[in-house]
Write a protein that binds this ligand. Structure first.
Ligand code: PXG
Length: 465
């Protein structure tokens, strides 16, 4: 395929007609968007011919890497057979059924906490809207309509629709659009490096952070609380990995008050943390699991909710008609690609590879960054990793946010052929699960070089302590 483009023309048309998500439109128009023209394996190319190692898997989704022919073939074949049909009016289609069956078979069995049903959407945001609808319907059907409140966490990301953004804990999003919507509230995140007290161990902090959930439940009145929603590892919030003591305590608390647990695995499922579903890694037992992104490795939009037996049974046996769904719930092409993707991941044993091979290899190198003068704490979990840039390594004190050190580092990454994301002053990666050992070495060399360049800038500008 011809990937030669007139960069200036595309940039001009882009600024004239395309409003990008989460973007300062006027600012982008002055610089011109980077035009990405092609991708292969773990690399992307821009219209100037520059090659970049994509350590973010697109946007946390291209788990099998770029250019996988069998996903394109699955889409092509399905488009020629049945490109679309709805599943509203007592009809179904083969790929949607096959993928739901496959996903149910991948989720571990645990009685009431088993997953045998899938509700489809086209994105993570829509899936979380579906969660809100299902959770409230569940409690209504059980005769407890006062159970409305969903508790989430500060700095969580659960999407950009009205409900998704409300569930999320991003102040900037709440400030635009009068959010959160009613009956959604937040507790503090389990971010040990940022919120741990001096002298407090990570384990102690994990218990204290989980305790904020119990405090909130008691403050609201347990009879008013419907569910707790959380990401296994907070992704967009900057790869926040809770201490080991956190999840068992959360499980104890939701069980004690009978509250539903929603695991938002839009980033963490499909091998990212070394398991098909991330709750397996931490050993908790959710009632609902949100998925999207890597279910198709991002090749085509698809999302959904794994609905556990506890909720499914009530919706099915007592619910009558559920007045909720999307045109593209169970889209045959998206589901065909999803099925091909999951089969490919299974054949290449990607979750296992992350757990036993490439995840530990990444950790062995990434954790060495803890010796770098700019790094406060570097951590990994499966194939996500994050580090905090700090001005004083010993006290852990951060930079003045006005310096935008994370963005300075990200700029160096772009110029040196690496996509690494900055979330404030946290630098984060989530490379494709297919990344080779040699490519991890290549990525780590780039990361180290960009940290060194950022350190030089910080010194030159007098930002260090
Ligand atoms: N839940 C989680 C945990 C997510 O990470 C969504 C829901 C929403 O999914 P959709 O498909 O509606 O976008 C997400 C999405 C970032 C970034 O900057 C992360 C996401 C989306 C956009 C940007 O890291 N995650």
């Amino acid at each position: 395929m011809n990937t030669v483009v007139d960069t200036k023309l595309i940039q001009q048309l882009d600024s004239e007609h395309f409003l990008h998500p989460f973007t300062d439109f006027k600012d982008l128009a002055t610089r011109g968007a980077r035009v990405i023209t092609k991708a292969e394996d773990i690399y992307i190319w821009d219209s100037d011919g520059a090659r970049l190692l994509d350590a973010m898997s697109g946007l946390w989704c291209v788990n099998v890497g770029y250019g996988r022919r069998e996903l394109a073939d699955a889409a092509h074949q399905q488009m020629m057979t049945l490109p679309f049909y709805n599943s509203f009016f007592q009809t179904t289609n083969v790929p949607a059924v096959e993928l739901a069956t496959k996903l149910a078979s991948l989720a571990p069995r645990a009685g009431e906490r088993s997953f045998e049903h899938v509700f489809y959407s086209s994105s993570g945001s829509e899936s979380n809207d579906s969660n809100v609808r299902m959770v409230r319907r569940y409690w209504d059907l059980l005769g407890q309509p006062q159970r409305k409140v969903i508790i989430s966490r500060n700095n969580a990301y659960h999407g950009s629709t009205m409900a998704g953004a409300s569930l999320g804990g991003m102040g900037g999003m709440h400030a635009q659009g009068d959010l959160p919507i009613p009956n959604i509230t937040h507790i503090e995140q389990p971010y040990y490096f940022g919120l741990g007290r001096r002298g407090e161990t990570a384990e102690e902090f994990g218990l204290r952070a989980a305790g904020w959930l119990e405090e909130k439940i008691l403050a609201l009145g347990p009879e008013k609380v419907a569910a707790f929603i959380a990401e296994p590892v907070q992704g967009a919030g900057g790869v926040i990995i809770a201490p080991e003591t956190y999840w068992p305590e959360i499980q104890r608390i939701v069980d004690r008050y009978g509250i539903l647990l929603i695991s938002d695995e839009v980033i963490c499922a499909f091998g990212r943390l070394g398991h098909w579903f991330a709750y397996e890694k931490f050993g908790y037992r959710p009632d609902l699991v949100t998925f999207a992104k890597a279910v198709t490795s991002g090749y085509i939009p698809l999302g959904g909710v794994m609905v556990g037996n506890r909720v499914a049974k009530v919706l099915i046996d007592q619910g009558g008609e559920f007045n909720h769904g999307y045109t593209y719930s169970g889209h045959p092409v998206a589901c065909a690609v999803g099925l091909a993707n999951v089969n490919l991941m299974e054949r290449e044993q990607l979750p296992q590879r992350v757990r036993t091979d490439i995840g530990p290899y990444l950790a062995s190198l990434f954790l060495k960054l803890n010796e770098h003068p700019l790094v406060g704490l570097a951590e990994t979990c499966g194939l996500v990793a994050g580090l905090a840039l700090v001005r004083n390594k010993h006290s852990g004190e951060g930079f003045d946010p006005a310096h935008g050190v994370g963005m300075v580092c990200r700029g160096h990454c772009f110029r040196n052929g690496l996509i690494m994301r900055a979330v404030g002053d946290r630098m984060i990666i989530a490379p494709p699960l297919t990344i080779t050992h040699a490519q991890v070495d290549e990525m780590m060399a780039l990361i180290t070089r960009c940290l060194d360049l950022t350190l030089e800038d910080a010194k030159r500008n007098g930002w260090l302590q």
